[in-house]
Design a protein around this ligand. Sequence first.
Ligand code: CU
Length: 151
Amino acid sequence: MSSKLPLLALTLALLAAPSYAQVTVADAWVRGTVATQKATGAFMNLTSATDSALVSASSPIAGLVEVHEMSMDGGVMRMRAIPQLPLPAGRTVNLKPGGYHVMLMDLKGPLKEGETVPITLTFVGKDGRKTTQDVQAPVRALTAPAGMPHH
Ligand SMILES: [Cu+2]
């Protein structure tokens, strides 16, 4: 029996309903830094049309960029790099101070309010296909409130 038919059916199904990541990025911003500071966080809201995940990010202003999770661990706030941030279809995932964030490390210089930081996000869809998306994130002052701004 030929194994080509099921494969063809699968291919057609994938074509009919694209499973690659289609992600809307909203309200992106980067926390400003002082001269000696070598790392900061980028925050945004991500909404994916399909089940996908944020797997990596990069920026020309940082030598190293990671996706981080901040959580309570024995009463202490800790952050750690995570291999991927799942984005369930249709649900907005908030990257915010105290939670998930894109960590910009090995900064090439201080980031001042009014500047814009280009960030390239890489998403992977259910089918394993990677897509990238460029974001222009404005820098907010270091003293900006840490909570979720809502207008
Ligand atoms: Cu971090």
